[in-house]
Design a protein around this ligand. Sequence first.
Ligand code: CP
Ligand code: NVA
Length: 314
Amino acid sequence: MKDLIRTDHLLREDVELLLDTATRFAKTPLAERSFIAGETVVIHMTKPSTRTRLASETAVAHLGGTPIFVRADELQLGRGETIADTARIISGYAKAMIIRTFAQSDVEELASNASIPVINALTDDDHPTQALADWLTIRENFGNDFSNRKFTYVGDGNNMAHTWLEMGAVLGAHVVVATPSGKWAPNASVVARTEELARTTGGTIEVTHDVKSACRDASVIYTDVWMSMGDSEADRAEKFTALGEFAVTDALMASASSDGIFMHCLPAHRGEEVSAGVIDGPRSVVWREAYHRRTTIQSALFHLIRGDIKGRLA
Ligand code: CP
Ligand code: NVA
């Protein structure tokens, strides 16, 4: 597989390879310091980013390369040059391309016209590199055996909810997603696709509106912001009303399993989707999770450039 553009394109063995190498990079950040010496990686983002941008630039530096960060208004893409032409040009200069934007189809078009690996650094639909950091953190806490554990996401049925379903299905885990019904539920086609995949990997997909039962005895309670980048401000009041009962409060966290942890991709809004007591409390692993954004992007760059990732669609 040339690109990492959708979480459920990965095989479990690909994920294990990526996480093993990320663990190596966590211990020895400069283990492959000459890998892309003298080369560049282009990072293009049309949405803001703290973690993914800094993790990506640092990962490229740790592999010996130079990151070139370009905003939308700095490329001719913003003035009508096509995605395909942009992909061809960047392929002539860089060893890989990392892109954050709105439409998943734009990332797909870029990848299909690029001869170099393209990594999805978040779209409205998915956030694959976040999934790698999340499951590396989960593996550090619980090991590689996900059986007899429940991994719960609560809140908006957004890109992170999709990512949670997809990686859970890839890894054969029991994942639960609790969201309001209707407008803020995860995309039905993602649910159907991940249910089908989970049947082949031994996983279980559970989509519910019952937040209390979703969190009871969970090994992980995961949440995300209620207003994602690109969401309409006109929806805020209605959305916050619908999501109110899905906030991760101290009481909800107390219902998790005795070794249960709290996770969040960040940025967080204390007092909205999570209480300060939970995110700043002893069960929160969010800082380790954020740290692993660098190690996992470094690992993804390393293995994609080497051509080591098999992928499910191959
Ligand atoms: N979690 C994450 O993707 O953070 P940024 O938006 O800051 O990159
Ligand atoms: N759902 C959030 C994730 C941020 C990392 C967003 O898309 O803004």
